[in-house]
Design a binder for this molecule. Structure first.
Ligand SMILES: NC(=O)c1ccc[n+]([C@@H]2O[C@H](COP(=O)([O-])OP(=O)(O)OC[C@H]3O[C@@H](n4cnc5c(N)ncnc54)[C@H](O)[C@@H]3O)[C@@H](O)[C@H]2O)c1
Length: 352
């Protein structure tokens, strides 16, 4: 653990900027030097909360007490603000989605390399318990070999706020939630993606996607459905993982769910049942004693480990957890997903 506390300034003191300020206030490794926001009302709110409000962005970049700049503005200015901070000799933490496409990220990474400063993206949902629980189930092969997985978030309130509805600000659900879901999925399945198909939805009539379905195929044939919806009054499970020896489901944020595992292959063929207007053997339910139903693994997690890792990486004491090549891969996949939607076709994906 680092022995000192790093000066950090937050750019964009809105919803997420405020959340960072609260969390940083409870970590020992960083201390907030102040915030900058283009909205005077947000600067006023900072002052009222006894947080220093900078006069402009240049003042942040000139402040020698600021070692790390945290960008929590709408997405369209992430690139420009990150590059300016790196060039001023600051380390940068940037909110997700890092940029609007992979090319913009490559531009930032070039500058980070030239300056030798740390650039890291806040992929905080790697610390979510639901993800860590499913990852453990898959890693420990509790459901045998995974062959299909669904990761989704469903809500019913449409796209919130203002800028998230607009293309020029980098709005839309693929860039908003898609980056989180893809980031975690790719860590869970350490394989090349070979092809994908994506359909964006515009149910609420917004110019950007208010949801999407993205189907990815991995090298081994494993398939994943990544789904976001904002007009769903009944939410489908956050995770559904199907393996050769069992199935796991996580229903919601409260971690309701279960793991059903095959206990006994059973020698008996299924007894056919009358189902609906027909008759089926294939879909007949299992006898209770041929499966076990187990609770989800529960995992202690603390998202403040993100900030601790940033500081340890700056000091060369630890490898950075959120690696830029991982983030770049997600952005390349998003570029390909957008293309698939435009072409209405499956598109091949080439890893680099
Ligand atoms: N990682 C997460 O869990 C998470 C959650 C929510 C939002 N975010 C990300 O955080 C960022 C901000 O989202 P939000 O929900 O806080 O938005 P928000 O609208 O609540 O806040 C954004 C703030 O940035 C300010 N701003 C706009 N342009 C600016 C500029 N050029 N310089 C300085 N300030 C500027 C706005 O005035 C506003 O106060 C987005 O990139 C979003 O994707 C991440």
């Amino acid at each position: 653990m680092s022995k000192r506390s790093y000066g950090i300034a937050i750019i964009g003191y809105g919803g997420m900027g405020g959340q960072h300020a609260r969390l940083i206030g409870t970590t020992e490794v960083m201390r907030l030097t102040g915030v900058w926001d283009i909205d005077p009302a947000r600067l006023q709110a900072a002052t009222e909360a006894s947080i220093h409000a900078y006069a402009d962005y240049a003042s942040v970049l000139h402040d020698p007490d600021v070692e790390i700049v945290l960008i929590a503005t709408p997405n369209h200015v992430h690139k420009e603000l990150s590059i300016q901070a790196l060039q001023a000799g600051k380390h940068v933490i940037c909110e997700k989605p890092v940029t609007l496409n992979s090319q913009e990220l490559e531009e930032i990474l070039k500058v980070a390399e030239q300056t030798g400063k740390l650039f890291v993206v806040h992929q905080n949902r790697r610390w979510d318990e639901d993800y860590l629980s499913v990852k453990r189930i898959v890693d420990e092969r509790r459901i045998g070999d995974l062959f299909y997985i669904e990761t989704r978030v469903h809500g019913s309130r449409g796209i919130p706020g203002d800028w998230r509805k607009q293309k020029e600000f980098g709005g839309g659900m693929m860039l908003d939630w898609g980056v989180h879901l893809l980031d975690r999925l790719l860590l869970m399945i350490p394989e090349k993606v070979t092809r994908l198909y994506c359909q964006l939805f515009h149910v609420t009539g917004s110019e950007v996607d208010d949801g999407f379905k993205l189907l990815l195929t991995f090298e081994s044939g494993k398939t994943a459905l990544v789904e976001v919806g904002t007009t769903h009054f009944i939410a489908l499970p956050k995770w559904y993982a199907a393996g050769t020896q069992g199935t796991a489901v996580i229903e919601d944020w409260e971690m309701n769910g279960r793991v059903v595992r095959l206990a006994d292959q059973g020698s008996q063929d299924a007894q056919p049942i009358v189902a609906g207007a027909g008759f089926t053997k294939t879909m007949a339910p299992r006898e209770d004693n041929s499966v076990t139903v187990e609770p989800l693994p529960r995992i202690q997690t603390d998202v403040r480990d993100f900030y601790r890792n940033v500081v340890e990486a700056i000091e060369g004491k630890a490898e950075i957890v959120v690696k830029n090549e991982q983030v770049l891969r997600v952005m390349r996949l998003i570029d390909a997903a957008m293309l698939s939607d435009r072409l209405r076709q499956v598109v091949p994906f080439e890893e680099i």
